[in-house]
Design a protein around this ligand. Sequence first.
Ligand code: ADP
Length: 483
Amino acid sequence: MRIVIASPEAVPYVKTGGLADVAGALIKVFRRMKKDAILVLPLYRTVSGGQPRLADTGISLQVPVGDRIIVGKVLTDDGAAYFIECDEFFDRPELYGTADADYADNSSRFIFFSKGVIELCKALAFKPDIIHCNDWQTGLIPLYIKTLHKHDGFFKKTATLLTIHNLGYQGLFPASHMPLTNLGWEMFTPEGIEFYGMVNFLKGGVIASDVLNTVSETYAREILLPESGFGLHGVLKMRESDLYGIINGIDYGEWDPAKDNFLAARYRDLSGKMLCKTDLQRLLFKKSHKGGKQRLPLIGMVTRLSEQKGMDLVMQAIPDILSSGARLIILGKGDERFQKGLQKVSDAHRDNISVTIGFDETLAHRIYAGSDFFLMPSKYEPCGLGQMIALRYGTVPIARRTGGLADTVQDFEPLSGKGTGFLFADYTASAMLDAIKRAFCVFTDGEKMQNMIRNGMKMDFSWEKSARRYLELYETALRKRRA
Ligand code: ADP
C-alpha cells in the first residue's frame, strides 16, 4: 500500500498543535513497519531554518491558484518527508498568522499546498493508494481528487481519508475567494463547500473523502450533535457511516517516568514518585505544606489557558479547592484574562497555589511526575494528551467525561475498586468539585489509591496501536473507494 500523509504540521519539523504529533508519529511508525509512505509539508521558514540538511530534489511544481500559476520547489529530508517550498507563501515568521489576525492569503496558501501535494505525487511517480489529509489546510485534496482529477488515470485507485483534529477550525473564507480554488461556482452550494455564505475548506474533505475520522470515538459521536458540531453536524451526520474514531498515542520515548531525565528521581514504583512530589513542592512553594508535605493532595495542570480547556470552571472553583487543604499547580499559556486572573489568585495564596505562565517542557515533566492528581476539565476534547501522560506517570486524572477523556479515563467505582481516574459530566464548577471530593476521599485510603495508580500506569497508549488502526482504516477507505 502506498501512503501519502498530507499535513500542515508534523513533528519533529514544525508543531503548533496535536495534529503535528499524529502526522509525525504515523510516518515514523510506518517507516519502522517498512511501509511505502511519504509525508508532505509546506516549507515554513522555521523548518528551513532548523533543518539545514534538506536536499533539493530538482523537482519544480507548477500549481494553478485561481488565474495564477505558482511555482513550488520540492525538497526532501530523507526520502520520506517532502517539503514544498514557495517563499511567497511560507517564508514568514508564523504558520497561519500573527496574534492580531490570520494571514489574509491563507486560502491561496493552502489551496497551493493542497494542489501541490497532488502535483508532487505525479512528479515523484508515486501513485498513492491513500492520501491521508489532516484538518482544513488539506481539506480540499479529497474534493480535488473527485472533481478536477476525476478522469485522471493517475489517481484512478486513490482513496482519501480526512482526519479532523479539532472541528473548531474549519478554514472559512469570503465567497470572493471561491475562484482561487479553481472549482467553479457549481461547488458553492450547501451540498458543496458553501457554508453560511462563506467558503469552507474542511467541508470539502467532509463531503468528498472516502472515510473520515476524529481522534477519539466519543468525539466522533459528539460532532454529530448541534452543540458540538460547529455548524457542520448536519453534513457530518450524512457521512456517519464513514466516520470513525482513532485515539492518538503518546510518545513513550519522551514520556516515560523510568527514563525521564527531567525528574528528581526516575521511577517505576511509587517511592520514586514521592521524591518527585517533594521536589516539585520545594521548587514551587516557599513553605512546606502544613500537615506534612506528602499527606495532602497536590493537583497539577499543564494546559493551554483557554475556554476549551475548562479554565472558567477552574477559576470559579479555586477558592473551594484551596479551602479543602489541597495545593494547586498550574502551568499554562493563553488567554490574557485567564493569565491575569490566575496570577492574581496566586499572589493572594502563594503557599497553596503556584501559577507559571509560559510554555515550559521541563516543568511540565516535573508536574506530571510530582502531582497526585491531574485536572483536565475540558469543555470539549477531541483527544487530549495530558490525561494519557498523567496516567503513565501515576498521576490520577480528574477530567470531564467528554471526547478523548471519556475514552481513556475509566471512572473510579468505589464498590469494585476499578477505575483509573475521576470523571464528571456536567460542565459546571460544582460537578467538577464533586469529582475532586471523590478523588480526595480515595486519596486518604492508601491501598485504593495505589491500586488506581498502578492500573493507570499499566495502560497502553502507544503509537504502534494507533498506527495499526490507521492502516485498517486505509483498507476501509480503499474498499469504499472501489465500491
Ligand atoms: P491541545 O488541545 O493543547 O493540543 P493536548 O492535551 O492534546 O491539548 O496536548 C497538549 C500538550 O501540550 C500536552 O503534551 C501538554 O503537556 C503540553 N502543554 C500544554 N501547555 C503547556 C505548557 N504551558 N508548557 C509545557 N507543555 C504544555
